[in-house]
Design a protein around this ligand. Structure first.
Ligand SMILES: Nc1ncnc2c1ncn2[C@@H]1O[C@H](COP(=O)(O)OP(=O)(O)OP(=O)(O)O)[C@@H](O)[C@H]1O
Length: 219
C-alpha cells in the first residue's frame, strides 16, 4: 500500500533520517518503533504530506502510495492532489487536535466534509467503537475541549474511524488510556478491515497487534 524508498528528511541543517526504506502492507498493522526524537511522527507527516506545512525542511526520495490500481509518488503531488490524498490517509496525532465545538460537531463536521452516509448512525457507531459512547451520550452538545485527555484521545480516534480511511496513521493512540481501555482499543483495531501504521512505545501493544515491525535508528 505504501512503499518508501531512500527517504531523507532534514530540518534546516539537521538530518532527521536518511536512506529510510519501509513497506506498509495492505490490510495489515505495521508498527513503527524507535527512541524519542528519531523521526517517527515526522515520517507520518511525510506520508500524508502534512510536512509541507513545516518551515525550512527538505525531503527527498520516494513515497509510493497505491491509489486505485496504480502507485503515485506523494512527493510529486500538488496541493489539490494532497487534499484528496488526505481523505484516504488519515493521521491521528498524539495530541488531540479537537475543534472548539461540541463533541457531536467535532464528528459531524468531518462526516459532512467526507460525505459519510447514514451520518448520525455512523457517528454513534464510531463512538461505540472507541468505548466512548456510554460516557458522552448525554453530553453530546457539550464542548469537546472539556473532555478528559483519555476521552479526547478516543474522540479523535472515533473521528478517524468514522472517515473510513484506506490508511490509518496512528501516533501513540493509547498513550493517555488506562490498561484495560488500551487492550479493548487494540482488539478493536485488530478487527478493522483497514491498513494501519502505528507508532507505539508499548512493547505489549506491538506484540498484541502488529503484523510487521520497524525500528528506526539514528543517522
Ligand atoms: N517543524 C520542525 N522544525 C524543526 N525540527 C523539527 C520539526 N519537527 C520535528 N523536528 C525535529 O525532528 C526530530 C524528529 O521529531 P519527531 O517528532 O518526528 O520524533 P519522534 O520520533 O516522533 O519523537 P517522540 O517519540 O518523542 O514523539 C526531532 O529532533 C525534532 O526536534
Amino acid at each position: 500500500m505504501v512503499i518508501i524508498k531512500n527517504l531523507k528528511l532534514q530540518f534546516a541543517n539537521k538530518i532527521v533520517f536518511e536512506k529510510l526504506n519501509l513497506h506498509i502492507k495492505k490490510d495489515a498493522i505495521t508498527a513503527i518503533q524507535g527512541p524519542s526524537g528519531i523521526g517517527k511522527t515526522s515520517l507520518f507527516l511525510c506520508i500524508n504530506s502534512m510536512i509541507r506545512f513545516e518551515e525550512d525542511y527538505k525531503l527527498s526520495g520516494e513515497i509510493l502510495y497505491k491509489k486505485g490500481d496504480k502507485y503515485i509518488d506523494v512527493l510529486t503531488l500538488d496541493d489539490y492532489e494532497v487534499q484528496e490524498l488526505r481523505k484516504e490517509i488519515v493521521y491521528v496525532s498524539q495530541h488531540p487536535d479537537l475543534l472548539p465545538m461540541s463533541i457531536y460537531d467535532n464528528l459531524n463536521f468531518f462526516a459532512k466534509t467526507h460525505k459519510i452516509k447514514n451520518k448520525e448512525q455512523s457517528i454513534i457507531e464510531a463512538l461505540k467503537q472507541v468505548y466512548l459512547y456510554d460516557e458522552v451520550k448525554d453530553i453530546l452538545n457539550k464542548s469537546a475541549l472539556k473532555l478528559s485527555g483519555g476521552q479526547q484521545q478516543r474522540l479523535i480516534l472515533a473521528r478517524a474511524l468514522l472517515l473510513k480511511p484506506k490508511l490509518l496513521l496512528l501516533d501513540e493512540p493509547t498513550a493517555s488510556l488506562n490498561e484495560s481501555l488500551s487492550i479493548k482499543i487494540e482488539k478493536m483495531l485488530k478487527q478493522q478491515n483497514t491498513t494501519i501504521a502505528i507508532i507505539s512505545h508499548f512493547k505489549s501493544q506491538i506484540k498484541n497487534i502488529a503484523d510487521f515491525k520497524y525500528f528506526l535508528e539514528g543517522v
